[in-house]
Design a protein around this ligand. Sequence first.
Ligand SMILES: Nc1ncnc2c1ncn2[C@@H]1O[C@H](COP(=O)(O)OP(=O)(O)OP(=O)(O)O)[C@@H](O)[C@H]1O
Length: 163
Amino acid sequence: MPSIRAPAAKKATTLTVAVKCRPLAEKERGRNIVRFSDSHAVRVLDPDLSKDYLDRVQHRTKEKSYCFDHAFGPDSANSEVYKTCISSVISGVVQGLNATVFAYGSTGSGKTYTMVGKSDDPGLMVLSLHTIFDLIKSDKDTDEFDVTCSYLEVYNEVGNLFT
Ligand SMILES: Nc1ncnc2c1ncn2[C@@H]1O[C@H](COP(=O)(O)OP(=O)(O)OP(=O)(O)O)[C@@H](O)[C@H]1O
């Protein structure tokens, strides 16, 4: 087993929260109410788009802004999410540290797509495995690695473990 070493880059926080907004499906067109103010915030407009400036200043609109460590729009590939939020955590795993990557969202929000992905846009689990095996291959020490893989889906508060 590898010896535990200090992480290469020490971060100020151990928890990162990111939001990823998937592209709208055909039937969802016309419900495009999410705007990206910058790479850390999203603005969700009031679904009643007829509300105007006066409604906003008088707080009669449901428009809200949310801040995250990272915000990704519909054009962001899984690899971008991985590079920005996950890759440094995964390199720590090969150094003997624990890490959890967790996707949370309503049905159809894109959790499976983000975690598993497709052949032309591999997901975070696939990219993590690539990193783990690349790091093991390039390990210059005499460490021995034992890699096992499983993932957990929590649905209706019941956990299903896939190994
Ligand atoms: N970034 C993306 N680009 C293109 N299509 C996407 C993207 N993210 C999600 N989708 C599509 O959105 C749909 C729903 O995504 P997905 O199945 O990943 O949702 P889910 O959150 O896992 O749903 P459930 O909780 O019901 O399992 C799928 O058809 C998926 O292909």
